[in-house]
Design a binder for this molecule. Sequence first.
Ligand code: SF4
Ligand code: MG
Length: 340
Amino acid sequence: SAALLDVTDLKKHYPLKGGLLGGTTGYVYAVDGVSFQIARAETLSLVGESGCGKSTVGKAVLRLFDITSGQVVLDGKRIDDLSTGALRAVRRRVQVVFQDPFSSLNPRMRVRDILAEPIRNFGLAKDGRDLEARVAALMDKVRLPRDAVNRWPHEFSGGQRQRIGIARALAAEPDLIVCDEAVSALDVSVKAQIVNLLQDLQQELGLALLFISHDLAIVEHMTHRVAVMYLGKIVEVAPKRSLFAAPKHPYTEALLSAVPVPMPGKARERILLKGDVPSPINPPKGCRFHTRCPYAFDRCRAEEPRLNHVATALDPGHVAACHLHDLPAAENPLAVAKGA
Ligand code: SF4
Ligand code: MG
């Protein structure tokens, strides 16, 4: 069961410079020990509020910087310690679609050249005719007219630009695409079109997706599994159905309570968390969520919970980091699947 992507205990700490001598005065614990896997042709969504470290995880997988510690393994090969030269192959196999389709496309390049660039860089075309054919096929894949390759980015709408961004990612023939808030900047109706396109492409091409998003309604529509992050840690991972029906971490429960439910009478009671997310420079001891958790008890302030399998009626692959699951079921508010 070799995963396509296997991330183990990933940490990214940014030094804070300052003080009289300009030395390191502390660290931002942006990502602080994150492990997860993605299978081929699977979508794993990484969710959580802004600043929780999910984009940093995406950047680590894209090898946009050196990580502090941990391992990132792609298709059985470590990629976190590769030198610049050896990174080329990784760069081809892991592509990205950014949030902002207005700033991620070079305004001075026609669409043809935007798509031809990765094909050339990775030496994928046999000759000029093959290059043209590949560019045309990419336009077909993202459902844009072939003759639009002669146009400039500013001539397209936001949704069309995001299609070009997706085509550019596909041009490299990747195994995995990191989508970092890839639909967040788009209008609601356009969002649905782009999400449907990504799902179609995934099935057609067997692509794996790391779908980074703060929008749980979108995530519920398109993902296979979900990993929830809070303050640099993953607090819960589960197959979609199990997570949405029966969250096993109080933070996930609160996030889900804010997602609109289309069916009247099925609305969840909104859980409002007290206070703000604490600073990742000085995260709370014990469970990082204890300062805001409605169920916190003594142990939570002293001991950090580990990601453990939790009993659910729906799926054995459901893990959560919360001491509640060590309590007898009768004392655990998250023990029973609500409404299930
Ligand atoms: Fe809340 Fe304690 Fe569970 Fe943390 S470990 S989520 S503080 S109950
Ligand atoms: Mg972000």
